[in-house]
Design a protein around this ligand. Sequence first.
Ligand code: TXA
Ligand code: MG
Length: 328
Amino acid sequence: MTRLLVVRGPDDPAIGEAAAILAAGALVAFPTETVYGLGADGLNPEAVARIYAAKGRPATNPLILHVASVASAKALVAQWPVEAQLLAERFWPGPLTLVLPASAAVPAIVRAGGPSVALRCPAHPVALALIRAVGQPLAAPSANRSQHLSPTRAEHVASSLGEAVDLILDAGPTAAGLESTILDLTGDRPRILRPGPIAPAEIAAIMGPVDLWKGAVMAGETQAAPGMAERHYAPRARLVLVAPGTGLSSASDRVAYVAIGALPPLAAGVHGVLLPMDAEEVGSRLYALLHELDDAGFDRILMEWPPQGEAWLAVRDRLRRASAKEPA
Ligand code: TXA
Ligand code: MG
């Protein structure tokens, strides 16, 4: 059985225990405000290698380093531009990841051999206390097997990673529920590689217009966002996106229908789920709902497309990826 320790706050003794495990080069899953992360000492290449093995993650997909302060972030980059300073002042701790040119302090395995490093200061008291207790940046991807749904609860980590993780710190469900916004500051123009809880307009308010990378892995673009494989975040059940109000008049398999705003007519035996017309709330509940429907053994999940508009950008992005066809 995987060890799971309930942690009640930043002063909980479980954090010291977890820090000792990390300092010894082993893996600890911990809560952040977005999703649970699978942490290792980010400056220890052997420990970081265990993350790739535990997740079944391709060696070409780099990791985010989690820091507890701007000062620690600066030690990991070759340049700390004024935009990074302004964004960190406004959004850290919080769900914004900055991609910057890496300093020599960052092991190649963290960068997947590339020239840049992704940095984030998480807004969860347990995550911050853990980083401080270890005294090193923590490399941490979402704590799930590669290409599976991200975990928003400790139980999701346990069922996805099992024995591959040495300890799971359980601080209950995460707040945001979707992974951080990733902003690439290494190019001529700033570019969002992954939409998330921090909206493009919030970033633009600090530093002017930002580009939005369209997400599909296009020719020549694979290096820019190595982890943005088209199919991602996928449940086991087949997820099909439908127009709002479509409903379902008959079904011969076990199917769940997820509506946003109002539940349309459904055939008898179809499991209906109603989500509110509220992007933040849908974002925070989405993965837990998909995990739950998966565990309940549905063959198909029909879900209504959320509305257009920036507020729903991250939810739409995750749904598009979760419903993408398996690569041939
Ligand atoms: O909210 C989050 O960001 C969570 C929590 C645990 O912090 N972490 C997370 O990590 O979502 P992960 O590994 O599941 O997703 C990070 C994404 C990957 O798609 C990866 O390719 C990309 O960030 N990434 C990491 N380093 C990068 C870099 N140097 N350049 C471009 N993309 C990078
Ligand atoms: Mg992930």
